[in-house]
Design a protein around this ligand. Structure first.
Ligand code: FO1
Length: 316
């Protein structure tokens, strides 16, 4: 019989750090992770799921420590050969990483759901926790820019997040269903809390919340929901969060992020550098706990994970 069961909601690199910390504290049947698939795209004939792979590699100890995406100890023979043929090389696929995309594409084209495929690939890498794509239906994050609508990876990688954004849309989200596996987790009587990991709110968390019915499930959730701030002192650890907030005329503060989720949040985990924001975030109708949220080491990841679990316990 499960004691408690927790759900983490995460995008790629930043959120995966906390997910790894949680995975070290909780057993395979005590933690499931809902992961963003809005970044998924078809490239070179392959179905690529960047945030699923950042999470899978992080949990299996395979992730490239420098980039946060792709695999460690990588080689680039394929990319070199592709370049020599005049192929598209703006999106780097390492030789070992390539196996993941080829095997995922093969299994999807054989008719398996992305949830089943992810479970198979994750267990092949020794992961015992459940990694649950946000939906088995396709959702594509699109970036609204002055020069038109862009595919997410074109914005994020090819254009290096340089275009000025005016908004995002998540094509297919209103038709996408919460997967049966996620539905089962949300209905699990052993569920004791939900943790929004410190991923980019606009391009990593919002696509998940946009899946038909998902945000409503969190609003109605009987157990506490907490979020870890993706900003520290008004800056993101990595990625375009602050640039996006500026372009959307949103204050680049933790309070602004807390406000973005306020309709379903019970608690907010704030970094020690932002202690001064404590009251204004509590005024949004949620509890606040202050701790170090910057994760450099595995110990940092586990300490932050423990703070989140303790916080959920206080809010139950
Ligand atoms: N990000 C980059 O900035 N450049 C790349 O060439 C790149 C390749 C890549 C390959 C596989 C993969 O799973 C992720 C990859 N990413 C790359 C990261 C990816 O674009 C981002 O992790 C997410 O889409 C946003 O979190």
């Amino acid at each position: 019989m499960k004691t408690h069961h927790y759900l983490a909601i995460t995008g790629g690199v930043g959120g995966a750090k906390l997910a790894l910390g949680l995975s070290k504290l909780l057993g395979g049947d005590e933690l499931a992770m809902i992961v963003n698939t809005g970044d998924d795209f078809r490239h070179l004939g392959l179905h690529i799921s960047p945030d699923i792979d950042s999470l899978v590699y992080a949990l299996s100890g395979e992730s490239n420590p420098d980039t946060g995406w792709g695999r460690r100890d990588e080689s680039w023979q394929f990319m070199d050969a592709l370049a020599a043929l005049g192929g598209e090389t703006w999106f780097s696929l390492g030789d070992r990483d390539l196996a993941m995309h080829i095997e995922r594409t093969r299994r999807l084209e054989a008719g398996e759901s992305i949830t089943r495929v992810t479970a198979g690939l994750a267990s092949a890498l020794g992961i015992e926790h459940r990694i649950l794509p946000m939906s088995n239906d396709p959702v594509h994050t699109k970036v609204l820019t002055a020069s038109g609508v862009m595919d997410f990876q074109h914005y994020f990688v090819r254009e290096r997040c340089e275009p000025v954004v005016s908004g995002f849309k998540f094509d297919g989200a209103e038709r996408a269903n919460i997967s049966p596996e996620i539905d089962q987790c949300l209905n699990d009587p052993a569920l004791a809390g939900i943790i929004l990991c410190p991923s980019n709110p606009f391009v990593s968390i919002d696509p998940i919340l946009a899946v038909h019915g998902m945000r409503q499930r969190l609003v109605q959730c009987a157990v506490p929901v907490v979020a870890v701030s993706p900003l520290v002192g008004g800056a993101a650890i990595k990625g375009p969060t602050v640039k996006i907030m500026r372009e959307l005329s949103l204050p680049n503060t933790a309070s602004s992020v807390a406000g973005h989720y306020r309709d379903f949040l019970d608690g907010f985990v704030l970094d020690v550098q932002d202690t001064a924001l404590n009251e204004e975030i509590e005024a949004l109708g949620m509890k606040v706990t202050v701790t170090q949220t910057v994760m450099e080491t595995l110990d940092d990841r586990m300490k932050l994970a423990q703070v989140c679990l303790d916080f959920l316990g206080q809010l139950l």
